[in-house]
Design a protein around this ligand. Sequence first.
Ligand code: GLA
Length: 392
Amino acid sequence: MNEAAALADRFQHVFGHSPETIWSAPGRVNVIGEHTDYNEGFVLPFALEQRVYAAASHRVDGWVVARSVQVPSEVAAVEAHSLRPDARPDGWLAYPLGVVWALRTLGATGGLDLLVDGNVPLGSGLSSSAALECAVGCAIADLAGVQLSRVDLALACQIAEREFVGVPCGPMDQLAALLCTAGHVLFIDTRDLDRRQVPLDPASSGHTLLLIDTKVRHSLASSAYADRRRSCERAAKWLGVRALRDLHVADLEVATGELHDLSLARRVKHVVTENARVCAAVQVLEEGLLEDLGPLLTGSHISLRDDYEVSCLELDLAAEAAERGGALGARMIGGGFGGSVLVLADTTAEASIRSSIVTAFAERDLREPDISCATPSTGASEHFIATTVAHS
Ligand code: GLA
């Protein structure tokens, strides 16, 4: 039985009736363009095969009952109209309830029974939270019969995360979960949300993309994220631009002089050079020169490590060990301070890269990371399982 059908069965068991709709949304890997989305810059994510599933049905009493297969002990039962950010629950429930709250302003006002499940690893820099928000958002909009474009739905899910959950994220993860397509990366200009699908099929040129989940999650992540975002806003204001996106590599020398703050200047340098690397990455992918992506990935990692200072020992170790094992390039992905590293390699180098990473972690008595292959997969989609659901 596939995941959606299994969730429908579980829903029937938990709520005593069938779900009316089931949606899923994927985790994402950002190939390049880290910490650029809240600077109105460029990003290049693709959707993972791993997904979060959400099954839902109407409730006429206006209540929201939310459950998770993974965390059965944490259940919400709340009247939809009473949801408020300052009274949000802790833990995973803040995400689906935030989406219910955000979508109420767009006309989806009813109550619902909701059950979610998924296989996107939590805290791995693969954006399990956006996958959860977007799967739930699709299910709610569908139930309510509210017609929203995928971009509007993504922005509503981002509002849920920013204003209800309280994480000042950019729009990349939600746009990726809703708009990515199989076999492609999605080049997004986060200023005007202009975007295009760029084909990426590493296997066809004898390449592979490996994901190294260091299994490290540092508590620093959320406070440092907010701090970096504030620094960027401060620098933009000081330099008289709307956002750091408006600066180019040629402006850096003058900008550094004007800032009188070396740490702030390094943050600016990361954002400006990272935007340039995204544009270069799109060009090499469109020209079919996948191996030329390698140095851009490594350049991004070095910039995140030294200038933006959001890496950590395990991420650096994984990236360096991958390169020693023969990778074409490697970099940390996501917010940083733990999570995963993306590695680009010739398929023939995969075994030696795996062994180099395992050895490097074992030598330092660190937990062995999870290593898997990542394939650009499809964005949020509906699952039709009506015929497989047993009615009691
Ligand atoms: C998190 C945020 C994104 C983005 C990345 C860093 O995943 O949710 O909006 O800022 O960090 O690139």
